[in-house]
Every structure is written in structure tokens, then in C-alpha cells.
Ligand binder design. Structure first.
Ligand code: ADP
Ligand code: MG
Length: 378
């Protein structure tokens, strides 16, 4: 299969700069996911890799070979879009075989490849149907099948599940993970759905306004976000942010004073902050625990009961509104006063420029790689 490398890649339309110097290496057989807010340049970056957009400056290397000027059809890539655009008058079999027919592949070989792909995608019983006789999820599988039969070095997906309803998205997401395992292919996947990003990716690339804010494994981004943007983007519901002031800085970390006067000592590396510094404390809803002796106090304004868990939207005394994830059995009600306990090991600190202050220790799962046993098999 293939590696993909971007070196100082820029894209401009006239004066308007869209991609502003992207450096990225994607390993062979990695599942790499581009995430970021709408308009940040995800599709543009993917289309430049595909050869559908010219690269204004910088280099694209596929398997180490500069590929900026190689025509799209010769790059060995296959792209799957949000709109599947199947030929309505053709059967599933002929839709999937179409690119091979254009390439002059014999009928027998074409149909052999289609049959194999259809098995992987569980489309084997639907090959004689027309697209209008398929559900949305089945159509999207045909679109993926069209890519598979070409045996590309790299699969490129641009929000392929966005048109599907929620239940189908979950099902297709799991199928995509399985497909990646079976095909042993390098995949680059654009989404704005961070659950898809967290669950599918070996490497997540968080983009904002044409620059990479951070690239790393899902749990690296979750446990060690580099800045406030990534911290707020990865995780759902979002990380809570509280203004805080450094009240002591010693070997075991930085002690900060929170709105309402509560204090917590966050285990960050020494030497990055001093007493009096204004910082931001970040803590995820799932790491907050309602308890009698909490460092944060406030009034609950909205209670969302999801059955398995309860979200408490809480107005902190002298501070912002935060979300606390309590368990499903929580008896707390709207307008009740609550105290919330912090676990220092799950708190994040950001300096006045919004950059994370490095933690004293790496999280044990942050550098974990997916097992390679099945991936090495073929
Ligand atoms: P994303 O996929 O992250 O939502 P896109 O890559 O589609 O974002 O677009 C990034 C930015 O580039 C947007 O601001 C968009 O308006 C702009 N853009 C995309 N295509 C063109 C074009 N052909 N001409 C000018 N601007 C464009
Ligand atoms: Mg897009």
C-alpha cells in the first residue's frame, strides 16, 4: 500500500489563502482523519491529495515520490464522496464495475473483482438491483465498492456518511473500521463528526483556518490537547474552561485558585508558570464528580437525563456555566446548589496564550497504537 506526505503545502485562490503551510506524514495502512470546523480546508486538502485541486506550493509525496504533477487517474487513489452519484440505469454490479470497464479490464476479471468486493461489503445479494431499489446505506456501500474494485493504494473519503440517518451512520462507521482492517489500506477520511474521528482514526488531524492545530492518536488529542482549540474541539460534551490564577508553583505542579476560591494542584511540569499568572483550567464533564466537598460550587440550571448518565448544566459561583456529567441515578434537580469535585490528574492548564502547559506525565494510553497482527496478515 502507500504512505502520503505533505511538505509545506499551500493553497490559494487568487489572493485568498485557504491552506497555509501543512506538514503531515501518513503511514502505510494508517486510518487518518481530518477534522475541523466547516470551511477550515478539509475538503481542499483531500482534493489536493486526489489531484482534483492544484497545489499552489509545497510538495505531495505518495510512497515517497513527488506527485504534484501526476494526473489524478495515475495516482493510484480512489475517492468516495458524500453524494454517491450512482448511475440510476445500471445495476449495482455494473455501477461497481464501471471504472474497470473504462480501463479496459475484461468482463470476467471485472465481475470477479466486483463479486469479491460485494462479499466484503455484504452486497452480494443485491448485485442485480438498480440504485433506486437500495437504502441510503446500501447505496453508500456501492459507492465504496466502486472504490474497492480499483484496488487503490489510498482511499480518500469526504464525509461519506453525512447523508445517512444517525442509526445508519453508527452501523456504517463500524463497517468502515472492519473494512479498513480487512483491506489493509491507507485511508484518509474527512469528517466534522468527532465520534467518527475518535473511533476510526489511527491519527486525527485537527485543522483550523488552513493550519494543523494538532495531529496525533485519538487518545493523545483527548489527554494531551496542545491548545485551547483542540481541547475544546475533541470530546463531547466539550471540555469546561474556568479562569484561574496561579497561587503556588512547586515540584509537584501548579496550584491554581478558581472562581469561588477553590484550589487545585495540577501536576504540570515545573518552570512554565509563576505565582500570579492568569491561566485557564480545563476539565471535561466526565471528570467532574458532584460531591459534598467539591472545589467548585454553583447552581444547576438545566438537568438532562439520558438514562445512563445525567448532564448538569451548572452556573459556577463567580464563574462561567459548566457541564457536569453525573451518573444516571443522580437525584439532583434544577435550581439545586451543588458542589463539584475535581480530580487533579484529569485537569488541564493553559497559559494566557491558550497553549497547554505540559503535564508532568504522559497518559499511559496516549501513545498506544492499534495492534498490527491482523494488519500484517495479507
Ligand atoms: P471544509 O471541507 O473544511 O468545510 P473546504 O476545503 O471546502 O472546507 O473550503 C475551505 C475554504 O476554501 C472555504 O472558505 C471555501 O469557501 C474556500 N473555497 C473552496 N473552494 C473554493 C474555490 N474554488 N474558490 C474560492 N474559494 C474556495
Ligand atoms: Mg468539506
Amino acid at each position: 500500500m502507500a504512505t502520503v506526505t505533505l511538505e509545506n503545502v499551500h493553497k490559494a485562490y487568487g489572493e485568498v489563502k485557504i491552506i497555509k503551510g501543512v506538514d503531515l506524514h501518513i503511514d502505510d495502512r494508517d486510518f487518518c482523519v481530518f477534522v475541523g470546523p466547516s470551511g477550515c480546508g478539509k475538503s481542499t486538502l483531500l482534493r489536493m491529495i486526489a489531484g482534483l485541486e492544484e497545489i499552489t506550493s509545497g510538495d505531495l509525496l505518495i510512497d515517497g515520490k513527488r506527485s504534484n504533477d501526476i494526473p489524478p487517474a495515475e495516482r493510484g487513489l480512489a475517492m468516495v464522496f458524500q453524494s454517491y452519484a450512482l448511475y440510476p440505469h445500471m445495476t449495482v454490479r455494473d455501477n461497481m464495475a464501471f471504472a474497470l470497464r473504462l480501463a479496459g479490464v475484461s468482463r470476467q476479471e471485472r465481475y470477479g473483482k466486483v463479486d469479491a468486493a460485494a462479499k466484503v461489503l455484504q452486497l452480494d445479494k443485491l448485485l442485480d438491483r438498480k440504485p433506486k431499489e437500495l437504502s441510503g446505506g446500501q447505496r453508500q456501500r456501492v459507492a465504496i465498492g466502486r472504490a474497492i474494485v480499483r484496488q487503490p493504494k489510498v482511499f480518500l473519503f469526504d464525509e461519506p456518511l453525512s447523508n445517512l440517518d444517525a442509526a445508519l451512520r453508527v452501523q456504517m462507521r463500524i463497517e468502515l473500521a472492519r473494512l479498513h482492517d480487512v483491506l489493509n489500506a491507507t485511508m484518509i477520511y474527512v469528517t466534522h463528526d468527532q465520534i467518527e474521528a475518535m473511533t476510526l482514526a489511527d491519527k486525527i488531524v485537527v485543522l483550523q483556518a488552513g493550519v494543523i492545530e494538532q495531529a496525533g492518536s485519538p487518545l493523545e488529542l483527548y489527554h494531551h490537547p496542545r491548545n485551547l482549540f483542540v481541547a475544546g474541539f475533541i470530546g463531547s460534551p466539550k471540555m469546561n474552561f474556568l479562569d484561574a490564577t496561579v497561587s503556588a508553583a512547586a515540584g509537584d505542579g501548579a496550584t491554581v485558585t478558581l472562581p469561588g476560591g477553590g484550589r487545585v494542584t495540577v501536576p504540570v511540569q515545573p518552570g512554565h508558570v509563576k505565582v500570579g499568572d492568569k491561566v485557564t483550567l480545563g476539565v471535561r464533564p466526565e471528570h467532574l464528580v458532584p460531591s459534598a466537598e467539591g472545589e467548585i460550587r454553583g447552581e444547576v440550571q438545566v438537568v438532562e437525563r439520558l438514562g445512563g448518565e445525567t448532564f448538569l448544566y451548572t452556573q459556577v459561583d463567580g464563574g462561567p456555566s459548566i457541564v457536569v456529567q453525573a451518573d444516571g441515578e443522580s437525584p439532583v434537580r434544577t435550581h439545586e446548589r451543588v458542589a463539584v469535585k475535581l480530580n487533579a490528574a484529569t485537569c488541564h492548564l493553559f497559559d494566557s496564550a491558550g497553549l497547554a502547559i505540559e503535564r508532568a506525565q504522559r497518559h499511559p494510553l496516549a501513545d498506544m497504537r492499534r495492534p498490527t497482527t491482523t494488519r500484517m496478515a495479507s
